[in-house]
Design a protein around this ligand. Structure first.
Ligand code: B1M
Length: 224
């Protein structure tokens, strides 16, 4: 398979939730290589990790989101697609997170309360780590207290909040307020599909990034 064919096949595997060769799901792809094998093959073939991410994995998730919005698929299909994406990302992680040894600072990140989406947050964590920051990843469904406890343990850390749902982005406001009340000097950046610059300003966050590179630029500007 040439590079384009391979990326297209990988996109399909993530879109339809084909995790690896042994996975019985989806039935029409039984016995075929899955996201696991094809990501390894793509790397072995010399395709850049950023191209694998942008041209196969993220595109697949966009298709999955589109089909879900059109009610052509439902939550279980989104879940298997996410599983396939996470399997592929495990192979890319070493390329994104092999940052320089000397760390620029600490970055605490979590997906906010009520929200279980972690693919975007994991990508931000990986790429920020690769840019030379120590990352403390608190996971998903993270509320004020967990962030505050982590700030207490990591003095001076910058905090990143991620949200993917319009129903959970509103939780960012109370988290920002609680953190600022306890640690007024803490710098906070938010991101995730439903939020934007003006929402960030409205809730009193210090920054907004639409993608991982934006988060890196914001963080680096603090230590420049
Ligand atoms: Co969910 N889901 N989901 N889902 N899901 C969306 C977000 C949705 C847009 C689908 C749709 O309707 N088209 C929709 C939200 C609608 C809305 O609120 N406007 C939706 C819904 C409705 C739901 C449920 C409510 C469905 C239900 O149960 N009825 C439910 C909620 C569960 C919960 O959280 N409490 C739900 C559940 C799930 C799964 C668990 C099945 C699964 C998540 C699995 C996982 O994450 N481990 C899932 C998935 C996979 C999606 C879609 C298809 C893909 C999300 C994704 O990973 N995108 C999504 C549709 C879509 O996004 N097109 C959808 C790829 C990822 C790389 O992008 O996360 O945007 P993203 O991250 C980007 C940027 O946003 C940015 O950088 C990342 C890389 O570029 N970024 C930051 C993110 N965080 C940042 C932080 C920063 C800076 C940048 O600084 C701190």
């Amino acid at each position: 398979m040439n590079n384009d064919e391979l990326l297209l096949k990988l996109l399909e595997c993530v879109e339809y939730g084909k995790v690896n060769k042994d996975a019985p799901y989806p039935p029409q792809m039984k016995g075929q290589d899955g996201a696991d094998e094809l990501t390894r093959q793509a790397l072995a073939q010399g395709i850049k990790p950023a191209d694998i991410l942008d041209n196969a994995l993220i595109k697949a998730m966009e298709k999955v989101g589109q089909k879900y919005a059109e009610k052509k698929i439902f939550v279980p299909q989104m879940l298997v697609a996410a599983k396939a994406m996470n399997t592929a990302m495990e192979h890319l992680k070493p390329y994104f997170s092999s940052g320089e040894v000397r760390k620029k600072g600490k970055f605490i990140i979590g997906t906010v309360s009520g929200d279980l989406h972690d693919i975007g947050k994991n990508l931000v964590a990986m790429i920020v780590e690769g840019a030379g920051w120590e990352v403390i990843d608190l996971g998903v469904d993270v509320g004020s207290q967990k962030f505050i406890q982590s700030i207490a343990n990591h003095n001076g850390a910058v905090v990143g909040l991620s949200a993917l749902l319009t129903t959970t982005m509103v939780n960012m406001k109370s988290i920002v307020m609680d953190i600022k009340a306890k640690y007024p000097g803490t710098r906070l950046i938010i991101g995730g599909a439903p939020v934007n610059e003006s929402f960030s300003a409205e809730i009193g966050a210090d920054g907004y990034a639409s993608d991982p590179q934006g988060a890196v630029s914001y963080l680096n500007s603090l230590v420049a």
